[in-house]
Structure formats: C-alpha cells, structure tokens
Design a protein around this ligand. Structure first.
Ligand code: CA
Length: 418
C-alpha cells in the first residue's frame, strides 16, 4: 500500500492547464525536428532545459541557488514514476479486494502490538491533538505498513519527473516547489528525502505541501522529521487530522443494513442527512445495535453496490479523506482502526465472494511464486506490488482473470502444479 497517492491534492490539480499542455507539445515538436540526437539524449536535454526553466519559479519561492543545484545533482527523469501513475490500486481494484489486501490479519495484529509498544507516546499525542490513537496507527499501517515501506525514491527526482511531463505536471510543479522549500529550511537532506513515486514522504506519507502546512516537530529537536523520527511523524498526522476536523472519541461510520426497497441513488457523499433521517428511511445498524447520536450528519456509502456491505459515514470519514480522497482508502483506514481496537469484521460479505488469504496462505503463495522463478523478494506474507505482478502473470498463464489479486482459487491451482 505504499503507492497510495494523495488524491485529495491530485483531484484539485487534475485539470492541467491547456496552455502548459500546448507549450509542452510545441516544445516536443520543436525538440523532435531541431535536435539531431538519439531519443535518450534528446529526452535528457529536454529535461535539463526543464530544470533550468524551473529555476526562476523556485527562486521566486525563496529557494537559494545552492539548495537548487544540490537538489537536482545527477537527477534524471524516472520512467517508473509515469508507469506507476498509470496503475493506481484504489482505482483498478474492486473494494472487496482492496480491503482484503489493506486490512489483512497480519496488519491488524501488528497494529494491536504497536498500540501496546507505543502506549506512552500515543497517550501524549492523543492528549495534545485530540485525535484517537487507533486511526493514527491505522494510517501508519496503511501508508507504509508501520514504517517498513516508506518508499525509496528520491522525492525531488520523482516530483521533477511528474513536473516535467505527463498528466500531472501541475501537481508535480507545485509539490516540487514545496519539496525544495523543505530542503531550504534544512528539515532534512536530499539523501534522506525519500518517499513514494508520487512524492509521499516518511512514515505516514505526507506530500510536500501537506508537510509544509501540517508537519510538527514533536520531539523538539528543531526539525520536523517525519522520515526517521516516529513521534514527529505520528504527531504530524494527528495535527493534520485535527485540522481536518477530527472528532475525538467518535467513529468514522457504521455498518448498516438497508431496507428491502431502497433508492440506492441516495448513496453518495454529496447526499447528507442526519442519522435520524436515515433511520426513518429504514436504515439500521448491523447486529441490532443502536446509533449513539441520531443528530450526526451522515452519508450512505455502498462500496460494492446494494448487495454488498453498506455504511453510514460521518465526519471522521471525511477527515480521513483529506489524507487521500479515495472512498476505499478511508473505508480501509476506518476498518483497520476498528479491527486494531478489537472490533469484529464487517457483518456482511462482499457480493463477489472475495476473501483475504490468511498469513500462512500468503506465505505459501509467495513460496510457490519464488519456486516458479518470480523475484518477489522476501517471504513475508505482505502482498506488495511485486507479488501482485507475479500473481497477475500466473493468472494469465492459467487463463484466469489477471487482476493480480491473490485468491484461494489461484493458490489451489498453484498447489496442484508443484
Ligand atoms: Ca523533531
């Protein structure tokens, strides 16, 4: 899950200025006809031109020449960044698969352990920011699997690649300026400024603008270090959620049951009613529970249509969406936080029958993939992008739908082979 992009920001910057686009096309055409070089060299020269052309904007933002030159030392575009941009898990995976991978039994157990290990720190952060510890741990678990996959891309390079060309130049340019400002302030160094392909950094994957506006120096050493200082990272996340109107001690939402006849067109984040109004429409909580506050304003979310699990989501769900504007993401964070806390699994099954493999099955699958020659790294039971790519290849070989989801059916087929 390290590849999550901060859709909130992206959404705001999706409309690339037509002028910039036309400018880039013109630049490409001129470059293609006027330079008698090979394609690789031509690309390098164009990128260098981009970096030179970006300097005035950086200078205007208060970046020194020294910081700028050092930040771009040896930087070239990273083709993997564009590739990743085209394959985003929240968009290609159905909710059932997304939740199964994101809220695995291992991730729940590890989260529960972290609650115990970090109790003192979490007590203090919860008190200072009025944000529940479970959601902080869940975001940490979702974003970097508790700090184990913080991303190893040099953030300036990743953002410069997005800023240079592609469908997210506007996002890339804005974030690139913000990243340069972080270096200018000395909060970290280019060597330690690592993150995801989309520039999400540190334990809880702040993009640079989010960092500038919300990161805090919790341990008081003068640096807002979300890369190597966990207290800074968790407190920064708490600060961000607090500013996103987190309601301490309240839930993100409720799993509900719809009445037999129900107009599912009301299932939209834009449709807001009080819990009491939803109840009048026949919506009930699962397991015969009562809603604690009928005055709360809520929206109905049906991640897999009317036959799957249904949720009434409240303010805290929207706060989580400030982190990442994908509904599936907020649902996974909310659900993981509940499971870490010891709450039960969703009452209702997903309509497509998707179930997560347990940790033994995931390890077994990884062993079988390794035995078939796939370089998926360690057998750790964590389904990352390499495992998913390998799964998708095997699915293709077997004539199954190549969705990269590690299903029991696939595991059984692979057992037969070995
Ligand atoms: Ca610090």
């Amino acid at each position: 899950m390290t590849e999550q992009v901060h859709h909130a920001t992206r959404r705001r910057h999706r409309s690339v200025s037509v002028l910039i686009l036309l400018g880039l096309i013109a630049a490409c055409l001129i470059g293609a006809t006027a330079t008698p070089m090979g394609p690789a060299q031509a690309a390098d020269a164009k990128f260098k031109k981009f970096v030179d052309g970006f300097w005035p904007r950086a200078r205007k933002a208060g970046i020194s020449r020294k910081t700028y030159v050092r930040a771009f030392e040896g930087v070239e575009p990273d083709p993997e960044v564009w590739k990743k941009d085209a394959h985003q898990p929240e968009f290609v995976m159905p909710a059932s698969q997304y939740i199964a991978l994101a809220v695995s039994d291992t991730r729940i157990e590890t989260g529960a352990k972290k609650l115990v290990e970090l109790k003192e720190l979490l007590d203090a952060i919860e008190k200072r920011y009025s944000v529940d510890r479970h959601v902080l741990i869940a975001i940490w678990g979702m974003e970097t699997n508790y700090g184990t996959f913080p991303g190893d891309k040099y953030v300036i390079r990743a953002l410069a690649t997005l800023a240079y060309k592609g469908r997210r130049t506007k996002f890339g340019r804005r974030q690139l300026i913000a990243a340069l400002r972080i270096l200018e302030r000395g909060d970290t160094t280019p060597e330690r400024m690592t993150g995801s392909w989309a520039g999400a950094m540190g334990h809880t994957q702040f993009i640079p603008t989010t960092y500038l506006g919300n990161a805090v120096d919790y341990d008081g050493d003068g640096k807002r270090d979300i890369w190597d200082t966990l207290p800074d990272a968790l407190a920064s996340t708490a600060n961000y959620l607090k500013r996103s109107k987190w309601q301490m001690g309240q839930t993100w939402g409720y799993e509900v049951v719809l009445p037999k006849r129900f107009n599912t067109r009301q299932a939209s984040l834009r449709t807001v009613k009080t819990i009491g109004q939803w109840r009048k429409l026949g919506i009930k909580r699962v397991r015969d529970k009562e809603f604690p506050r009928t005055g709360d304003r809520a929206s109905l979310v049906l991640p897999a249509g009317s036959k799957g699990p249904a949720f009434l989501i409240v303010q805290n769900f929207r706060s989580i969406m400030r982190y990442n504007a994908a509904t599936k993401y907020a649902l996974a964070v909310g659900y993981l936080s509940d499971r870490i806390r010891g709450y039960p699994a969703f009452a209702r099954e997903w309509p497509d029958g998707v179930r997560p493999l347990d940790s033994d099955q995931r390890r077994e699958l990884q062993k079988l993939l390794l035995a078939r020659g796939f370089a998926i790294g360690d057998i750790d039971g964590v389904i990352g992008s390499k495992t998913r790519e390998a799964v998708s290849t095997v699915q293709k070989e077997k004539g199954l739908k190549a969705d990269g989801f590690p299903s029991l059916k696939l595991l059984q087929a692979m057992r037969k082979d070995s």
